[in-house]
Design a binder for this molecule. Structure first.
Ligand SMILES: [Zn+2]
Length: 265
């Protein structure tokens, strides 16, 4: 296998899978231009340092009606991921949010119409069996009552099996504490794992409004909470094609103190 890898490296050939591997733009659908409020979408270009990826305002791209600077993909994604991680560390609403998620989920799975219907049928059979038992107790017993009793007991047995099967299919209710711990686990997310970061952003971020020197990030919380984050001298990435992509840790944010020292959370 290593031979093949070496060969591939030597010849500079790329496999079909490598060529096709999509570059995930994890802020797609969330990133908004601060100047014209249009979406900023993922784009790429080939420059002197090879292919570079960035987000560009769609009005600048299609209509040339906006002059918002394009921003390097990794640079802005890194800032946003770190902002979400800080939000999770300091947010006091996380417990409430966990409870809300569990409540909505549990309410949804509680509406099992099949199980409700089976339970209603069982109630009716029990009522009829009870009536027959009373009749027998009062001395009314005939071939018909005996036959009816047998039928009802068979029906009850069949229903019990159906109910057990339906219950086995039913999804276990969500526990709010487990949701909370799961939310907390995102604090330690691997920032180089783009798909995991995308899941986190999809879950917690409503939108990010990007200006040239800062962005406002709006979280999915009940009070429409947002946080203002300053950026280091954002240049138009399409023009400068940075040689060094930004690192994947959060040190730049911690150093700036923009989030970690802010008492809003
Ligand atoms: Zn714009």
């Amino acid at each position: 296998m290593f031979d093949r890898v070496n060969k591939s490296l030597q010849t500079g050939k790329r496999t079909a899978a490598q060529k096709k591997a999509p570059v995930p733009f994890i802020l797609s659908g969330k990133l908004v231009c601060g100047k014209c409020k249009a979406n900023m979408t993922g784009d790429s270009g080939t420059g002197r340092n090879g292919i570079h990826y960035y987000y560009k305002c769609v009005n600048r791209k299609r209509k040339h009606t906006c002059d918002k600077k394009s921003v390097e993909k990794d640079y802005i994604e890194n800032y946003v991921v770190c902002a979400v991680k800080e939000f999770l560390k300091h947010n006091r609403q996380l417990k409430e949010l966990s409870q809300a998620v569990a409540d909505i989920f549990n309410e949804y799975i509680g509406k099992d119409m099949v199980l409700n219907s089976l339970n209603a049928q069982m109630k009716e059979i029990d009522r009829q069996l009870n009536n027959l038992a009373n009749a027998v107790a009062n001395g009314i017993f005939s071939k018909t009552t005996n036959q009816k009793l047998n039928e009802l007991e068979q029906e009850k047995e069949d229903l019990e099996i159906k109910i057990a099967r339906q219950k086995a299919k039913t999804i276990t209710p969500l526990d709010a504490d487990k949701v909370y711990n799961w939310f907390l686990s995102f604090q330690n997310i691997d920032t180089t794992d783009k798909l995991a970061c995308k899941r986190m952003i999809d879950m917690f971020v409503n939108k990010i409004v990007l200006y040239d020197d800062y962005f406002d990030i709006y979280f999915n919380t009940s009070d429409d909470e947002n946080k203002n984050i300053k950026l280091d001298n954002l240049e138009d990435f399409e023009e400068i094609e940075k040689e060094q992509p930004s690192g994947s840790d959060c040190s730049h944010l911690v150093r700036s103190g923009d989030i970690s020292t802010n008492p809003v959370y």
